[in-house]
Design a protein around this ligand. Structure first.
Ligand SMILES: Nc1ncnc2c1ncn2[C@@H]1O[C@H](COP(=O)(O)OS(=O)(=O)O)[C@@H](OP(=O)(O)O)[C@H]1O
Ligand SMILES: Nc1ncnc2c1ncn2[C@@H]1O[C@H](COP(=O)(O)OP(=O)(O)O)[C@@H](O)[C@H]1O
Length: 409
């Protein structure tokens, strides 16, 4: 299945194209849902306005609703202005999401003005009818740099845009739903970054110590070593990481105040905390680490201290570009590998953390469905009830069948 996240200014054609394409898809036997910002702002999102925070919250809520529909094998057309690049990218991390940019020049929109909103947005400041913070006029719209499809809705007829979008959806549908795993992102950047200078300062304290070679020599080629800031024995040379054991800070951590500060930023229990050094021209072969996904109650964080563009970190066959000072989660239960093709070492600080309420709040802000249970054909009870409630609002023979099917599971 597929989720189309539209992005485009008011009047660019989101509603028109969503409705046209939906009609064509329905005619051809597909199940379709339109999740339209304009509509949901009157119900689920009626507490939200147009501040930056509210727009983020609005789009995230609509994405959560859309994702539930995708889980029920709907083609979903999420029709929102969706003005922020980082939020669109966050959503696009899910494999089933495609971004469609409705590119329409502002002059054409002002001219077109189907709802009379531009006229109101352009009124003088003192006018009581003026719409403030209007996207494209008095509020930001970040032009997408990596949309999967761009439709020039100011220069092509509606029928052309409709046909192109319809074909794009058909071409990108996951044809065998049983092979399609709906899941949380395989990797995701946290909304925090750390000082590269301070990270490298603390690293310099550790650099002359004895770094222990990684125990599983079959897994890598070249040089892969580590030093512990927190380990089971409390020793710096103990670099093993096993779940559900007691961990203690090592004496090294007392000397590294910034690493300690970073650890404290994570308001959750920590297991192993280590510096991992992948030497020049070295490679960690593809492997999986069991029970290391957020859904298992665990999350491993990577913070690059020294890295460069010749480091290739892959998670689930996708390259994850982690820059120095950034903070990343990845699901290491999925196949992953690292190649350092450069002549410099790559050094990361890694923290093994235990999921709790604090991290659930953080991960839901990052677009994770914290109720997601990894299984191909089952939903959590809560998700199931939400889908049933939504389908019941829209009675039809098909919806009645889906509800009966869901209730029988
Ligand atoms: N200040 C301001 N800025 C932009 N849009 C405004 C504003 N005030 C009201 N409207 C109407 O709200 C619709 C946009 O809502 P969205 O949910 O798509 O916006 S956002 O993605 O959260 O930015 C948008 O609907 P569309 O015209 O369908 O885009 C407008 O009708
Ligand atoms: N190629 C096109 N694609 C979509 N809409 C177009 C196109 N060309 C002209 N239009 C017109 O632009 C307007 C778009 O309005 P609407 O679909 O409500 O936009 P939005 O939902 O983005 O606010 C409609 O009047 C539509 O007929």
């Amino acid at each position: 299945m597929i989720l189309i996240q539209f992005t485009g200014l008011s009047g660019s054609g989101k509603t028109t194209l969503a409705e046209n394409v939906s009609a064509m898809l329905l005619e051809n036997g597909y199940q379709v849902k339109i999740v339209d910002g304009d509509v949901y702002r009157k119900t689920v999102c009626k507490d939200l306005g147009f501040s930056k925070e509210d727009r983020y919250e609005n789009v995230r809520r609509l994405f959560n609703i859309s994702r539930d529909f995708v889980a029920s094998n709907y083609i979903v057309l999420m029709s929102v202005i969706n003005p922020f690049e980082d939020l669109r990218n966050e959503i696009a991390q899910s494999e089933f999401v495609k971004t469609v940019f409705l590119d329409c020049h502002i002059d054409a929109l002002i001219n077109r003005d189907p709802k009379g909103l531009y006229q109101k947005a352009l009124l003088p400041d003192h006018d009581v009818n003026k719409i403030k913070n209007f996207t494209g006029i008095s509020d930001v719209y970040e032009v997408p740099s990596n949309a999967d499809l761009i439709l020039k809705t100011d220069s092509e007829p509606v029928s052309d845009s409709t046909q192109k979008l319809y074909q794009f959806i058909i071409d990108n549908l996951v044809t065998n739903p049983s092979e399609f795993k709906l899941m949380n992102p395989s990797s995701s950047q946290l909304p925090i970054s750390f000082s590269i200078e301070k990270l490298q300062h603390d690293l310099s304290i550790c650099e002359n110590l004895l770094w222990t070679p990684h125990f599983n020599t079959g897994r890598y080629e070249g040089n892969w070593t580590s030093v512990s800031l927190r380990s089971q024995s409390g020793k710096e040379t103990d670099i093993l990481s096993f779940p559900d054991r007691e961990y203690k800070n090592t004496p090294l951590l007392d000397k590294c105040s910034y690493f300690k500060e970073i650890m404290d930023w994570f308001e959750c229990e920590k297991e192993a905390v280590r510096l991992l050094r992948l030497g020049p021209e070295s490679e960690i072969k593809e492997h999986v680490d069991n029970d290391t996904s957020y859904e298992d109650g665990f999350f491993r964080i990577h913070i690059p201290i020294i890295t460069n563009s010749e480091v290739f970190f892959y998670v689930d066959k996708k390259r994850v570009k982690m820059e120095m000072g950034e903070c990343w989660y990845a699901n290491f239960q999925l196949p992953h590998s690292v190649q350092n093709k450069s002549t410099e070492p790559r050094i990361h600080l890694t923290l093994d953390c235990i999921r709790n309420e604090w991290s659930d709040e953080l991960f839901s802000k990052m677009g994770f469905d914290i109720h997601y249970v990894p299984s191909n054909d089952e939903f959590s009870e809560e998700v199931k009830q939400r889908i049933i409630a939504e389908l019941s609002r829209n009675p039809s023979e098909t919806n009645a069948k889906i509800i009966a099917d869901l209730q029988s599971k």
